[in-house]
Design a protein around this ligand. Structure first.
Ligand code: BGC
Length: 721
């Protein structure tokens, strides 16, 4: 009997065999048993022979046996053929790699991307952007988003999704800020891993861009200069986390790290990702211009050149023949490619494409609305300006060009063709009932417009950024030129707030927008990010009080750009240290406009009874904390409890505090619940440059729990032994 010879059956990503296979397996088990009983040692007892293609095609053979079988059948040219995309242009929205029909190896079919599926010619569900999903602090919800996108990708004929983007937001002006989940490595890891788990129920996920990809305008060449400690403690923990979640692929970044292009950076790809973290998947390059060499890229551990083989072609064959690249390096790359094709069901066709009606169907639309709703962050709310009671008000002015614009985000690679899009105006009108809603559709209202706005019971003004202000480099506008609102919109807020005391500003954009002289003028400010195709309905849910806002800032919101480290998107090399976002603000003692983790609610909460299961935890153990949260207000609502750790007395300079856990909890009025937070103690180690490894300090770590990085009423002491 060879039960352990069938790991593919036990792999969580593999579907079980069909009835025919079951009976074939049963037959083989019977034959093997007979062989043993008769003292025989014939090949029939060992399963399909290697070197014939039989094992490769056999769903019951172990993955590595199947891979070895196919590899043994491929010529050098055929192996290299597996290591590059087929063409510059997508075919029906899918970037393909070539099949090998002789051996029976299927293609990868890839498409973006982070806020929905761009594959195929038809529309898809346009979810809120990554930054909005970061604001939900809801990993279970993000897993459902990953699953929905994975399903839509499969329904469109794809098998690899080029997502999630998990680059750390070092500065809010990064043009692709909207694609990622925020500034904190722990939060990035939690949400990225959740997306990977969800998406990989259907397709291969591709965390990107590995690594230290922080600017757009110089992205093809800039060298990010980082110490090994900064790399390990700040820029990589989330990539390690998605590796542990089983990510099937990685995409390398365009930029250089410490002078070496990421696509040929052996330290990143080979030493850290593959050797140190044990990543078993394959690494593909980013798109045009990402690969600069033949031999160095292959040797460094790049497995697939996308979107076509400009280097991984006959030049790579030649590099092997000349002895520059050992054939074992090619074998390792192809093994990774074949392994992914087996593990994710591409070879056996175990994942029949779902009915295309799932695409932007009611379930995914409802999910998109829930995500958008949970992502809205209420930043300011004076005198209970929000929520609006539609049954009591008579007239509402909805102001601004963006009010009736489907503002879904960047038009670069993350762009999604939405099945439909509910604009804020449409969403508010649909929920307004007898309340009369007048739209002032300009950013430069006339005196007459302002009179009408003044006479309304309240005004909701839509301002923010669009794809004209921020996006992917080269293909779209690139990095933001400023952190301020466009001038016309700044004036719009000031003008409306001057005449209408109940002015509610709804802001859109991919990250923080500084507020200069207008931030204190409106009664309320709601951050809506790029809220996806159901955004208008979600905004109405919160504005009219059907839901209490529960989004929390996944980034620090500075009062002015001067509070942050400089943003450099012109120099050929840019140095980064351990201190950005709240780490920088805590170190300099500066109060931001709103801290990381902040967000108001229509209700109120009280936190208490912080308990550590163990105040002295083994290095390989888990830190376990519980906190009680009570809804002390009169409405249902959700709170995000955050756990930070500080390192008083550390021998090296460490951040004042770092996020190491969070939990989102929904509570009815008066209800109390216990939130449990846990994380591995290993996360508290520091990288020792001299020793080249992780080291635990003999410290009394300070555990702080609260509702933002600047509101941490509960503390406890912890030791790691
Ligand atoms: C982007 C990637 C994207 C790829 C394919 C590149 O320019 O950087 O994020 O997945 O294009 O569209």
């Amino acid at each position: 009997m060879r039960p352990t010879n069938h790991p593919s059956l036990h792999h969580p990503l593999a579907h079980g065999p069909g009835p025919m296979l079951r009976s074939r397996a049963a037959r083989r088990v019977l034959v093997a048993a007979l062989g043993l009983a008769l003292g025989g040692c014939g090949n029939s007892g060992r399963g399909p022979a290697i070197g014939t293609g039989e094992a490769w095609r056999d769903p019951l053979s172990p993955v590595e046996t199947r891979v070895a079988d196919a590899l043994s059948l491929l010529t050098l040219e055929e192996k290299v053929g597996q290591m590059a995309g087929s063409s510059l242009l997508a075919v029906r929205g899918l970037y393909l790699t070539p099949p090998n029909d002789r051996v029976g190896i299927p293609s990868f079919a890839m498409a973006d991307g982070p806020r929905g599926v761009s594959a195929g010619t038809g529309p898809a569900t346009a979810f809120p952007v990554g930054m909005a999903r970061g604001a939900t602090f809801d990993a279970a919800l993000e897993e459902r988003v990953g699953e929905a996108m994975g399903q839509e990708m499969l329904a469109r004929g794809g098998n690899v999704i080029l997502a999630p983007t998990i680059n750390l937001l070092y500065h809010p002006r990064w043009g692709r800020a909207q694609e990622t989940y925020g500034e904190d490595p722990f939060a990035l890891g939690e949400l990225g891993a959740a997306f990977v788990r969800g998406a990989q129920r259907h397709v291969i996920a591709t965390p990107k861009h590995f690594a230290v990809n922080n600017v757009e305008n110089t992205r093809f060449d800039v060298s990010a200069e980082v110490s090994e400690r900064t790399l390990r403690e700040l820029f990589l923990p989330h990539f390690r986390r998605v590796t542990e979640a089983g990510a099937g692929a990685f995409m390398s970044a365009y930029n250089r790290v410490n002078g070496v292009y990421c696509s040929e950076n052996g330290h990143l790809l080979r030493e850290i990702l593959k050797d140190d973290w044990g990543f078993e998947g394959f690494v593909m390059s980013d798109w045009l211009l990402a690969v600069r060499s033949v031999g160095p890229s292959a040797l460094a551990g790049l497995d697939v050149e996308m979107p076509q083989g400009d280097h991984f072609d006959e030049q790579l064959v030649e590099a092997v023949r000349s002895g520059e690249v050992p054939e074992a390096t090619i074998d390792d790359a192809v093994r990774r490619i074949l392994r992914a094709k087996v593990r994710f069901g591409l070879v056996d066709g175990t994942r029949p494409a779902p009915d295309p009606s799932v695409i932007a169907g009611p379930e995914h639309a409802t999910l998109a609305r829930q995500v958008a709703r949970e992502s809205l962050v209420l930043l300011r709310n004076e005198s209970g300006a929000l929520p609006l009671d539609a049954s009591r008000l008579r007239s509402l002015a909805v102001v601004g060009r963006l009010a009736d614009t489907a503002n879904l985000g960047d038009k670069g690679s993350s762009s999604v063709n939405p099945a439909y899009a509910v604009t804020p105006l449409a969403g508010l009108r649909a929920r307004a009932g007898s309340l009369s809603v007048a739209h002032v559709g300009t950013d430069a209202p006339s005196a007459e417009d302002l009179r009408a706005i003044a006479e309304a019971d309240a005004a909701v003004v839509f301002v923010g950024l669009t794809s004209a202000e921020e996006g992917e480099g080269l293909v779209t506008i690139g990095d933001r030129r400023s952190m301020e609102l466009p001038e016309e919109q700044r004036r719009l807020v000031l003008d409306v707030a001057r005449v209408q005391p109940r002015t509610i500003v709804v802001l859109e954009g991919g990250s923080a927008i500084t507020m200069g002289d207008w931030g204190e003028t409106p009664a309320a400010i709601l951050m809506a990010w790029y809220p996806g195709m159901e955004g208008g309905n979600a905004i109405a849910d919160v504005v009219f009080g059907d839901e209490s806002p529960s989004g929390r800032l996944p980034l620090s919101w500075p009062a002015s750009e001067a509070q942050l480290p400089p943003f450099d998107n012109v120099s050929p090399a840019v140095a980064y240290d351990l201190f950005h976002g709240y780490r920088h603000l805590d170190r300099t003692g500066v109060a931001p406009r709103w801290p990381f983790g902040f967000g108001l609610s229509y209700t109120s909460f009280r936190l208490g009874s912080l308990r550590l299961a163990d105040t002295s935890v083994a290095r390989d153990g888990m830190v376990r904390a519980t906190v009680e949260v009570t809804n002390t207000g009169g409405r249902a609502g959700a709170e995000v409890v955050q756990l930070y750790v500080g390192f008083p007395g550390s021998a090296v300079e460490r951040p004042v505090r770092e996020l190491h856990g969070f939990g989102r909890v929904e509570l009815a009025p008066g209800e109390t619940r216990t939130v449990a937070i846990e994380f591995p103690a290993r996360d508290l180690a520091t990288w020792d440059e001299a020793a080249g490894g992780w080291r635990f300090e003999d410290l009394e770590y300070r555990v702080e729990v609260g509702t933002s990085s600047r509101d941490l009423p509960l503390t406890a002491a912890l030791r790691v032994r």
